[in-house]
Design a protein around this ligand. Structure first.
Ligand code: FPP
Length: 247
């Protein structure tokens, strides 16, 4: 049985005990496409549609924060054609999101380095953040050009600058100081972190924030990870006993 346990299908999500913050590593697009004799880019297109579907579902059931690992600082190593397909899909997603944020009451945030991104996508990101700023519904954090070590390194740089400027003493640096310098400064830590695609590692995703997250791994590829699979992950989460280091 191992880590990929099959769940009973008759169980229901308890909507009164939802994870407030769900984080997802999109994985398995390429393999999903390859199994069907399609180019990897086709897997990303279906994966992108699937994210829309799952985000809508999360919003409908009442999840407050949804964070998605869409493009890592390491993903630039992929072939140019694949990188540009992913960027186009992200642009398309943001353009549509800008139209939808008011209707769906969504807040959109982008976590990651702005370096290396095109002017076009930077402008879209900024428009989407501005337009959704006043919204009070689910917050979607898209991790784009994101790496957790890079995030922590930048946080450290910010803290050292504050110490050098005399705004902070070394002794005053606390865990809260570090959290306040991360992209996630105003967001609670993820309660549930889901990785589809069969791999069981974090791959430089939310290393600080996931300290006490419940991890859920699925062998389904992301394009086939549907609402029922998400229910399974939430049901499993609801059975876990979170002690945060206590007894
Ligand atoms: C991982 O699958 C997926 C990616 C690196 C890219 C995901 C990005 C998108 C689908 C673009 C749109 C995103 C949003 C949020 C709208 P993989 O290629 O590593 O799959 P593999 O492990 O099977 O090769």
């Amino acid at each position: 049985m191992g880590i990929f346990r099959k769940k009973r299908t008759d169980e229901k999500v308890d909507l009164t005990a939802l994870p407030e913050h769900i984080a997802i590593i999109l994985d398995g697009n390429g393999r999903w496409a390859k199994r069907r004799g399609l180019p990897r880019t086709a897997g990303h297109a279906v994966g992108s549609e699937n994210f829309r579907k799952i985000a809508t579902y999360c919003n409908d059931i009442g999840v407050k924060y949804l964070t998605v690992y869409a493009f890592s600082t390491e993903n630039w190593k992929r072939p140019d054609e694949e990188v540009s397909t992913i960027m186009s899909l992200l642009e398309k997603y943001i353009i549509e999101a800008i139209e939808e944020v008011t209707k769906k009451n969504l807040r959109l945030r982008f976590w990651g380095s702005r370096e290396g991104l095109s002017e076009k996508i930077l402008k879209l990101m900024s428009d989407a953040e501005k337009k959704s700023d006043e919204m009070t519904g689910m917050q979607v954090n898209v991790c784009l050009n994101y790496g957790a070590r890079d995030e922590i390194k930048n946080a450290l740089r910010g803290i050292v600058k504050d110490v050098e400027a005399g705004k902070l003493s070394c002794e005053e640096i606390s865990e809260k100081t570090i959290s306040s310098k991360l992209y996630s400064a105003d967001t609670p830590d993820p309660d549930l972190l889901i990785r589809p695609g069969g791999e069981t590692r974090l791959s430089n995703f939310l290393l600080w924030q996931a300290a006490y997250s419940e991890l859920y791994f699925s062998d389904k590829f992301w394009p086939e990870f549907d609402e029922r699979e998400l229910d399974r992950a939430i049901i499993e989460f609801q059975k876990r006993n979170r002690r945060f280091g206590g007894v």
